[in-house]
Design a binder for this molecule. Sequence first.
Ligand SMILES: [Zn+2]
Length: 454
Amino acid sequence: MILLKNCYYIATFNDKKEELEGYDILIEGNIIKKIAKGIEPPNHKDVELIDCSNHVVIPGMINTHHHMYQILTRNLKGVQNAKLFDWLVYLYPIWARIDEEAVYYSTLLATAELLKTGATTTSDHHYLYHRKFRGDLMKTQFEAASKSGIRFVPSRGSMTRGKSKGGLPPDEVVQSTDEVIEDTLRVIEEYHDPSPLSMKKIILAPCSPFSVDKDVMIETAKIAREYHLVLHTHLAETEDEDRYCVEKYGKRPLALMEELGWLGPDVYFAHGIWFNDEELKLLKETDTGVSHCPTSNMRLGSGIARIREMIDMGIRVGLGVDGSASNDTSDMLGEVRNAMLLQRVKYGSAGLTAREALYLATRGGAELLHLEKLGYIEEGMGADLALFNVNTLQYAGSLSDPLAALVFTGYNHEVDYTIVNGKIVVRKGELVSIDEEELTKKVNKISKKILQSS
Ligand SMILES: [Zn+2]
């Protein structure tokens, strides 16, 4: 049991958009039990009291797109200035060396960064299954997520179209359709827990139109619908992708998705930068969602997604930090700031407000991943919260609007506390279950090993 006493500011993101000052939040088990002023501490030996008089409390943020293994190859000099296709072709052979240990520690580090910057739930999109990879990749990722304490919704990713079939990736990192389908069914049976506040959910995510065959997309969609899972893939990220699809399939990426049965409320695409007017209408009509990844889009020079227009049209949008080789960090609050700023480059100073940007990172993410009990603060909802201490140097002078201060003002995006499923996983800025120095050393060592084998 946790009692957050006298919260300086709570942004609920509930239907009424309530923002509360001086309220307490009582957490019982993994649920927000009560929100009121002056809650008496329950007469219970296990109750932890936290003085929140300096804190802005927001719903735990939800990261909807990542490739955690890329932690090991971030900031590589050879592709610091490359665009997507060149960047991928350079990196695929290096990523091919990623083994089980690399998967474990990169997942641990990515989830650690996310928890420290206010995310409580994350997806991950691992699509690279090397022919020589031994071990249960999904199990390894769940072990790392369980160690850090994050709520984890990874995808079973896939690539089947290697170079010899006209795709971008080398043949040794792609699988056959049968292998993909067999393992997809296995991981669903073994790991997927559909309960509302599950810590382990699975989504399905063939990689992209230029690395998978049509049959995988079709089969994956069938499985997703049978098991009520969410579908995800990269789409409309670059103009090169538009050209590739027109050349190979005779149609633009979204038309291809329509043909393959990949539109609907159970589908969301990463990026969605190059959708035209007709395509935006189709997204709206079919209730298909978009994961916006502003930092990656800027980093790779991919373009600016039409998020302002998508929001106005009622298209569902969430936020993703994207892979760590194109961001190159898992800074969730930083992503919110970049989302706000990037829309203003395209649409002017009212392009996106701080509150809208935070909405994408909270409720927007919950809507994409179908997490009905998460994304906003209300009695009965899941107890996933991020607490920022704003009585610090970086927020001084900004407290006429404490919530927007998080997005406009700070330079260090770290929380004071993160609570996931009713448990404190970051306390006074430190991860509870991870030795940060040790993890840093370990990841640097693995990264060096992977890069040296080239
Ligand atoms: Zn991506």
